[in-house]
Write a protein that binds this ligand. Structure first.
Ligand code: AHM
Ligand code: MG
Length: 344
């Protein structure tokens, strides 16, 4: 096919077409989720463009503020947060919004209020901005509880109640991975078209992987199951080959690789951080939702990640997620060391 004909191809599955197709499977659907997802996609395109121009636009550098967790905010974090708050509220479909960058939840103006609540990390992995390593946006979507006009309880729901989740990775290409509860699909932004194209249909995480991903600098403070698990990765006792270690330090990129190649990503509890580091609502839940939808497993060290009932919007939890067999191993170890878990 020559270039002109290629440019005219109409069989490309754009994310818009894909989401409309999904919507058409539910005759009672009013198109609200489709509109909301379109606004999220727009936000991702905007942040993608800003991230790729960050050096040029001199956006890199401290914004001179600290966020809820006491971390320094970079300008791109601030910008991305503003972009998503505007994109989500202007959709006219959202009600309660929770962002990693904002201490309090946002209750959308009455005139623009809809039935959906969105929890999101506008720019995760921001310590990687200055060196150009992949970073990303993570989001999860809940429906308002029956009869609710929009309160904090609508976002303090277990992850299994999410109706959709996804992330957009700003890396060597801009990739959006989405699940509306019927599998996981990946789309890559074609900059010449300004459209996300379906490039990774029906992502299935391999049942067992060859990679483990963890910040080993924290090993001194790990509990016994985590220590033993990582030791087994390096010195397997069953005659299998040792696993490779890959750790980017950017959850979106580490989870993306885990979804495609298999293996395990973990941010465990340790003596210094008994709840781990990652936040339940907008990091642990959306990624666990995607991993389960892709056939993998997500475990907190105590139970299924999506079963957590959060009590605070910025709550943290340890997380082990990835290939089913690999997560089964850490589950077995937590039961083997009863001091820690399994109710013994
Ligand atoms: P952030 O939300 O402040 O960017 O922190 C979350 C990031 C994750 O992307 C990543 O998995 C983790 O922090 C890395 O933490 P560490 O540097 O402790 O290994
Ligand atoms: Mg984050």
């Amino acid at each position: 096919m020559d270039h002109a004909a290629d440019a005219m191809r109409t069989d490309l599955m754009t994310i818009t077409r894909f989401v409309l197709n999904e919507q058409s499977k539910f005759p009672e659907a009013r198109g609200d989720l489709t509109i909301l997802l379109n606004h999220i996609v727009l936000g991702c395109k905007f942040v993608c463009s800003s991230v790729s121009k960050a050096g040029l636009a001199k956006l890199i550098g401290l914004a001179g503020d600290t966020n809820v967790q006491g971390e320094e905010q970079k300008k791109l974090d601030v910008l991305s947060n503003d972009v998503f708050i505007k994109a989500l509220s202007s959709s006219g479909r959202t009600n309660v919004l929770v962002s990693e960058e904002l201490e309090e939840a946002v209750f959308v103006d009455e005139k623009l209020r809809g039935r959906y609540c969105v929890v999101f990390d506008p720019l995760d992995g921001s310590s990687n901005i200055d060196c150009g390593v992949s970073i990303g946006t993570i989001f999860g979507i809940y429906m308002l509880k029956e009869g609710s006009a929009g309160t904090l309880n609508d976002v303090l729901q277990p992850g299994k109640n999410m109706i959709a989740a996804g992330y957009c990775m700003y890396g060597s290409s801009c990739t959006l991975v989405l699940s509306t509860g019927t599998g996981v699909n990946g789309f890559t932004l074609d900059p010449s078209l300004g459209e996300f194209i379906l490039t990774h249909p029906d992502i299935q995480i391999p049942k067992k992987g060859k990679i483990y991903s963890v910040n080993e600098g924290n090993a001194k403070n790990w509990d016994e199951p985590t220590r033993k698990f990582v030791e087994n990765c390096k010195f397997p006792q069953d005659g299998s080959s040792p696993k490779s270690l890959r750790y980017i330090g950017s959850m979106v990129a580490d989870v993306h690789r885990t979804l495609l190649y298999g293996g395990i990503f973990m941010y465990p509890a340790d003596k210094k951080s008994p709840n781990g580091k990652l936040r339940v609502l907008y990091e642990v839940f959306p990624m666990s939702f995607l991993v389960e939808q892709a056939g993998g497993m997500a475990f907190t060290g105590k139970g299924r990640a999506l079963d957590i009932v959060p009590t605070k919007i910025h709550q943290r939890s340890p997380i082990f997620l990835g290939s089913y067999d690999d997560v089964e191993q850490i589950k077995a170890l937590t039961c083997f060391f009863p001091r820690v878990l399994c109710g013994s």
